[in-house]
Design a protein around this ligand. Structure first.
Ligand SMILES: [Zn+2]
Length: 313
């Protein structure tokens, strides 16, 4: 009987271990945010880059918006997971919005601009990092989120927004530059959904092979804290820092409307920033790994915020 008893005890011990394992796996599943496929993000960036110049208020920007919408619709299972639309222009901008409804109506906007700078000196400027890298990140997220909602619902609603008219045609003024993000924020105010927007996470110039993201100084401090914590948790502490320089970027209209916003930007592109707004901003300067780094941290931030009931903010 002693041996039978022993067997019974060890069977119980085995069962308990199995339950513990299952519980911890379950916990892990609940808190593990999905990650993007970096190579896929690069393919999307390449496709967007190959469209050529995407200058605000030109056919190129309109074509880029249509291309983004078509790429989203091509993702297997997307039609059941989310929806995509080009928001009717109010001042010549072609913003694209992909929405993934989640468990909660509160939403987080993850944004990037898809237009490119008009450069008279480089008429065919197509912006690999400054434009296409963010587009690649967001489309790869759309692919990831489509797969994720087939397994379980998202902890909150996620909107992936591709802004037009970020670049100033001449110089930044109230009406030149940030046109798409200003129009988007106006829309949130008008349809009364601004109160449900818990955070805006902007990705800009995140493809640099030599990535170092320096959060814009005018980011919401509590949100920047969460980004830094999640970057460290993902093993990317060395690639992130909190900057002191304020940025006039697409997160700014959200800040002006009293919403939480953070700008993930690497504004040091090439020696002395020489690849920025020059013909040197080409696909060989960006990498799948860099885009994935920024995209994965953004998704981690969404999960962390939503699972804490946005108490961090
Ligand atoms: Zn730019």
């Amino acid at each position: 009987m002693k041996s039978a008893c022993f067997r019974l005890v060890s069977a119980f011990a085995g069962l308990a271990a199995l339950i513990m394992l299952a519980v911890s796996a379950c916990d892990e599943k609940q808190i593990a945010p999905p990650v993007v496929d970096g190579e896929l993000a690069m393919k999307y960036a390449q496709g967007n880059f190959e469209l050529g110049p995407k200058v605000f208020r030109t056919e190129g920007a309109k074509k880029s918006a249509e291309w983004i919408m078509a790429e989203a619709q091509k993702i297997p299972g997307f039609d059941k997971a989310g929806r995509v639309r080009i928001i009717p222009p109010t001042r010549g901008e072609y913003n694209v919005e992909i929405t993934f409804p989640g468990k909660a109506p509160e939403f987080v906007v993850i944004g990037a601009h898809h237009d490119t700078k008009r450069l008279f000196s480089v008429p065919d400027f197509a912006g690999a990092n400054d434009g296409a890298s963010g587009v690649g990140a967001l489309l790869a997220m759309a692919d990831t989120l489509t797969k994720h909602v087939q397994k379980e619902p998202l902890p909150c609603t996620v909107r992936l927004v591709f802004f037009d008219g970020e670049e100033a045609l001449y110089q930044y003024t109230e009406t030149d530059g940030l046109v798409g993000s200003r129009a988007y924020v106006d829309m949130l105010k008008q349809d009364d959904s601004a109160r449900l927007c818990r955070a805006m996470i902007l990705l800009d110039m995140i493809g640099d092979r030599d990535l170092h993201i320096d959060l814009a100084g005018n980011s919401t401090p509590a949100l920047a804290d969460v980004v830094m914590a999640e970057a460290a948790a993902a093993g990317y502490a060395d690639k992130f820092s909190r900057g002191e320089t304020d940025m006039l970027d697409d997160h700014y209209p959200f800040l002006q409307a009293n919403m939480n916003a953070v700008d993930l930007i690497d504004f040091n592109y090439g020696p002395e920033n020489r690849y920025w707004h020059t013909g040197a901003d080409t696909m060989d300067k960006i990498s799948a790994e860099s885009i994935k780094t920024a995209a994965d941290v953004a998704l981690r931030v969404v999960w962390r915020l939503a699972e804490n009931g946005f108490a961090d903010l």
